[in-house]
Ligand binder design. Structure first.
Ligand code: PBG
Length: 323
């Protein structure tokens, strides 16, 4: 049937009907808020390039998580700013390291919060790369030790899910084997599976003090023009035991999210990364866009593309004002 029998505008005039036929609705259940935790007490360092985000010491991290719970955000992902760095990242796996301590404090003080830990080395290595350096490049297999050790330590301190973001081949399998051998057979893994070497991580690297000191990450993160390769990465992570797979960044990769959703039957996560967030903030500050409206549109687009889960710095704002 076509015009004049069919008129698409009939379903758009009345706001109640419009709401009734809305196909995609973002809810607070879909969202994970990234948080940065640092040593000390009473520390709240603003991250200049990411307005409204802070490096928080554990005491203030607890307060922030309570206020997130109050608005309905029940999942966070933690990134650590350590006191000291080393050349392998193994320092992150000590029981008294920043992330294990933060996990333990959160599980004790905000028990309803689902605590995810990013597992990677770039925040913890002196050179800022995601793995162990051999001959000027990141060595794949030598990087497993610290990733597995971090995962097991985080598990021992009560983490609810681990999320490896390093992009080494085979790390999901090694982490799964390590967790299982240590008795954590029920701990899920959310793998950063299709993670691209992206310019959109710029603000995060300031926030987490994790910029590579030489070269870039293109020998391990994916080449942005590639799409079939993303399907291979995701498929391999599924075979290795990933429970949730992730596409990152989100907005320039909505096509990848959609392909993954159509092809695979496990939950798809998408990371709405720092640069994507900062662009909205900067344009809003200049009065060039309506921040509330654009934020809602962005999160809706990521879900409409096929993401079941969205990691986003907009999570609290969405929960407070936009849902
Ligand atoms: C660590 C990691 C990064 C991000 C998440 N985990 C940075 C990177 O790969 O350089 C980026 C998150 C963001 O930009 O919001 N490997």
């Amino acid at each position: 049937m076509s015009f004049p029998i069919t008129r698409m505008r009939r379903l758009r005039h009345n706001p109640v009907l419009r709401a009734m036929v809305t196909e995609t609705k973002v809810t607070t259940d879909d969202l994970i808020m990234p948080l940065f935790v640092c040593p000390g007490k009473g520390v709240k360092n603003p991250i200049v390039s990411m307005p409204g985000n802070y490096q928080l010491s554990i005491d203030l991290l607890i307060e922030e998580c309570k206020s997130l719970m109050d608005v309905g955000i029940r999942a966070i992902i933690l990134f650590g700013i350590p006191e000291e760095k080393d050349d392998t990242g193994m320092i992150a796996a000590h029981d008294d390291a920043i992330i294990p301590q933060a996990i333990e404090a959160l599980k004790k003080n905000v028990p309803g919060m689902f605590v995810i830990a990013d597992v990677c080395n770039c925040e913890y290595t002196t050179h800022g790369h995601c793995g162990v350096i051999v001959d000027g490049d990141v060595d794949n297999d030598k990087t497993f030790d610290s990733l597995v050790a971090q995962s097991i330590t985080f598990a021992r301190h009560g983490v609810d899910m681990v999320a490896p973001s390093d992009m080494m081949d085979g790390r999901v399998l090694r982490i799964r084997e390590g967790l299982d051998a240590a008795g954590y057979t029920e701990l899920p893994i959310m793998a950063y599976s299709a993670k691209y070497a992206s310019g959109f991580y710029g603000p995060f690297r300031d926030a987490a003090d994790s910029a590579p000191q030489f070269g870039d990450r293109s020998s391990y993160q994916m080449n942005p023009p590639n799409s079939n390769e993303a399907m291979r990465e995701i498929e391999l992570d599924i075979f290795e035991g990933a429970d949730i797979v992730m596409v990152k960044p989100a907005l320039s990769y909505l096509d990848i999210i959609r392909r993954a959703k159509d092809r695979f039957d496990l939950p798809i996560a998408a990371y709405n990364v720092s640069g994507e967030f900062s662009m909205v903030k900067a344009a809003a500050e200049k009065g060039w866009i309506d921040e509330d409206r654009v934020t809602k549109e962005i999160l809706t687009s990521i879900k409409r593309a096929g993401a079941d889960i969205i990691l986003t710095y907009h999570a609290k704002h969405f929960a407070e004002k936009l849902k």
